[in-house]
Design a protein around this ligand. Structure first.
Ligand SMILES: *Cc1c(COP(=O)(O)O)cnc(C)c1O
Length: 226
């Protein structure tokens, strides 16, 4: 199927729920993104800063770019002028740098806290205790140029939907706990970014508000050469 057909099929599945579709275009060429753009897609996700910046420069400026992969503090400055949402905030130090660069650009940058939900020791993400510590810190309270809009999680890569369902359920519980404790009066804190090509239907059932789909839209990616 074409990219256009894939997008319209997914849109149909989402129906009139408010779930947002992030088209994950990492490793894909400008032509593929342009096809998705012409099909009406405006939210795109990338995981590498350099690739994201290159694509931002070449493509229409009404695209909203999301950073979904791990972000190193020394690279925040390259995306701070234009990034729409950073899904992958996993430390106070990173958040402080985002705040600093956002201030330099005279803007407020929307962020999600990436939470660990997978069974295996994943490399990135905060556990719930670390997220609470971050949100309680004086440093966090002083940040004026970031806005926390919710949470993001990546489920264990498994064929067992029971495990995936449990992890998505857990992320929903974490979201609600943080909402009640820290963001009760903050309408901006409303996003749960969960669900990729293999598990997005389950994610929607479990309350996802943002699904991040790559291969379902653009086809399989070439494995990265090492
Ligand atoms: C690559 C990636 C996706 C999309 O993966 P697909 O399985 O191709 O849909 C979603 N989220 C993150 C964080 C990714 O790195």
């Amino acid at each position: 199927m074409s990219i256009t057909a894939n997008i319209s099929a997914i849109k149909k599945e989402i129906g009139n729920s408010s779930v947002k579709l992030i088209a994950v275009s990492k490793t894909k060429p400008i032509e593929s993104i342009t096809e998705a753009y012409e099909a009406g897609q405006r939210l795109f996700g990338e995981n590498m800063v350099q690739e994201l910046v290159d694509k931002y420069e070449k493509l229409p400026k009404d695209i909203e770019w999301h950073l979904i992969g791990h972000l190193q503090t020394n690279k925040v400055k390259y995306i701070a002028p234009f990034i729409g949402l950073i899904h992958s905030v996993d430390s106070l130090k990173l958040l402080q740098e985002i705040n600093k660069q956002a201030l330099k650009n005279n803007r407020v940058i929307d962020c999600l806290l990436q939470l660990e939900i997978a069974d295996e020791e994943t490399k990135f993400g905060l556990d719930l205790a670390e997220a609470i510590e971050l949100l309680r810190s004086d440093e966090f309270k002083e940040m004026k140029n970031i806005r926390i809009c919710g949470v993001m999680g990546i489920a264990t890569l498994t064929d067992n939907p029971k495990i995936t369902a449990e992890e998505f359920y857990e992320l929903g519980i974490f979201f609600q706990g943080l909402k009640d404790t820290f963001f009760r009066k903050d309408d901006a804190f409303k996003e749960i970014s969960m669900g990729m090509s293999g598990d997005y239907k389950l994610a929607i059932e479990k309350g996802s508000t943002m699904i991040r789909l790559g291969s379902t839209i653009f086809g399989t990616r070439q494995a990265k050469s090492k």
